[in-house]
Ligand binder design. Structure first.
Ligand SMILES: [Zn+2]
Ligand SMILES: [Zn+2]
Length: 101
């Protein structure tokens, strides 16, 4: 299935904590879609706030963190924009990454 965002990549199933679909051009293209009955749900609203934060940096590699919606509504988590090279992730606390000290 062609990626509707970059039009050059294709969507493939990825297995995270929840199954979702991501673009084969990742990380150049960060389009992701939720899984619906084994197919990418293209009608799902594009998730907001998936831009790399310039304010919050990954404590492991220094790249920007990305705030992502969690499966449970209203919850978010942060992942490193260096993924999959960097696997850093953490919980969200009031819109900010909850960094362990
Ligand atoms: Zn794409
Ligand atoms: Zn990182």
């Amino acid at each position: 299935m062609q990626c509707p965002k970059c039009k050059t990549g294709f969507l493939k199933a990825r297995k995270g904590k929840t199954k979702f679909w991501g673009c084969s051009n990742y990380p150049d293209c960060t389009a992701t879609f939720p899984n619906k009955a084994g197919k990418p749900d293209l009608k799902a609203k594009p998730a907001k706030n998936l831009e790399t934060s310039s304010e919050h940096k990954c404590p492991d590699c220094g790249k920007g963190l990305i705030r992502r919606p969690a499966k449970r509504k209203g919850l978010f988590w942060w992942g490193c924009s260096g993924f999959p090279d960097c696997k850093f992730r953490c919980f969200d606390e009031k819109g900010k990454p909850k960094l362990e000290s």
